[in-house]
Design a protein. Structure first.
Length: 359
């Protein structure tokens, strides 16, 4: 495993005010990240849950399409609250509700390594859920700089399923929404910073409801970043090991002299077992001219939960990388820890590349 050069807990929920008095902040995690001026712009997923608890009823928050917060009360005896700390399963319908809602918030780290949300110049606007596809929130932003604009994919969660939307900005103040680019269920959409053979490229993660195989990452092409085709399976389908329960792209690829470098994540929960498993990450190198071809893979994982704040939190044992920024000879990796806070760690870029074996 390549050595971490440093690890910092960058931001936690206790440092943030809720967006509504009916909510408390329980997570500030899974940050998108991009170089911005001499520092780093971060888009943080802020996770909030209702403060009030009912007698015999469980609160499930949602936003109306025009952005108003509503709290539904689910009769406790019709709810499985044990299987997953993130969701309730309604017994009578088999359907899920999230226990929380998520929105996004901009932060600026002057050195990429520290953040002080009490400083006005380090905090930017909130991006709140809106429309029919974001009822249960927007999650897990990934930012890719393309020709001077920051393009951001977000996971949109609603009764229609888990889909992925595209936004863009040049100043992290005003955002343009480009709508859904991958329909349900699909998440972990990562855009490449450069075209290949004239096409924009994205990694994505379809989540088939019929389990004919193990989870997979896919790759697609587009002429305009909005309409995607040429879909192909890229990686995954492992019935055993650290990525058997889930596998998805994590950090938007960066172009190196050995190809596109990207971190991916997965969970090792054995089939049929309750809980969410341990989330760890591997590194992958894709050919620069033909990114459908994997040219290198890390031997084992490059990141796993070791620090206290990575092992204990809202969901234990989760490291979930979501941004990577080159700083000198290092690659700074921004990640969600235990679905509760943001961490940043760094690798020597050459060492990380060396950890990828040719395949
Ligand atoms: C899923 C998503 C992420 C979350 C991880 C770990 O992949 O809900 O947002 O961080 O699980 O719980």
């Amino acid at each position: 495993m390549p050595e971490r050069q440093f690890t910092e807990r960058l931001l936690g929920p206790e440092q943030l005010e809720p967006s509504d008095p009916r909510l408390e902040v329980v997570g500030a995690c899974n940050p998108g990240a991009v170089e911005y001026g001499s520092g780093v712009a971060l888009m943080v997923r802020v996770v909030e849950r209702p403060v009030e608890q009912g007698d015999g009823y469980l609160p499930a928050p949602r936003y109306t399409p025009d952005g108003q917060l509503e709290i539904d009360w689910l009769p406790e005896d019709d709810v499985d609250a044990e299987s997953d700390p993130r969701c309730y399963t309604i017994k009578s319908t088999g359907q899920l509700r999230l226990r929380f809602v998520s929105h996004l918030r901009v932060f600026f780290s002057p050195d990429g390594r520290h953040l002080d949300p009490t400083q006005d110049d380090q905090v930017g606007p909130r991006l709140m859920p809106t429309g029919a596809y974001e009822t249960y929130g927007i999650e897990d932003p990934r930012i890719t700089p393309i020709a001077g604009t920051s393009y951001m994919t977000v996971v949109a969660v609603s009764p229609h399923g888990v889909s992925s939307a595209l936004l863009s900005t040049t100043d992290f103040n005003v955002f343009t929404r480009h709508g859904l680019i991958f329909c349900p269920d699909n998440k972990d959409v990562l855009l490449f910073p450069e075209k290949a053979a004239g096409d924009y490229i994205a990694l994505h993660r379809p989540m088939p409801s019929m389990p004919f195989g193990s989870p997979e990452m896919w790759i697609a092409r587009s002429a305009d970043l909005v309409h995607w085709g040429a879909h192909r399976q890229l990686f995954g389908g492992q019935a055993d090991g650290p990525f058997r329960d889930r596998v998805g792209g994590s950090t938007p690829p960066i172009l190196t002299d050995r190809g596109f470098l990207t971190l991916f994540h997965g969970s090792d929960k054995p089939a049929g077992k309750a809980g969410v498993g341990k989330y760890t990450s591997g590194a992958m190198l894709l050919d620069a001219t033909n990114p459908e071809r994997i040219v290198g893979m890390s031997r084992g994982q490059v990141l796993e939960p070791v620090e206290d704040f990575e092992r204990k939190g809202f969901v234990d044992n989760v490291v979930f990388p979501s941004g990577a920024v080159r700083r000198g000879a290092s690659l700074y990796v921004y990640y969600g820890a235990a679905d509760q806070c943001c961490g940043v760690t760094a690798f020597d870029l050459e060492e990380l590349l060396d950890s990828c074996e040719r395949v």
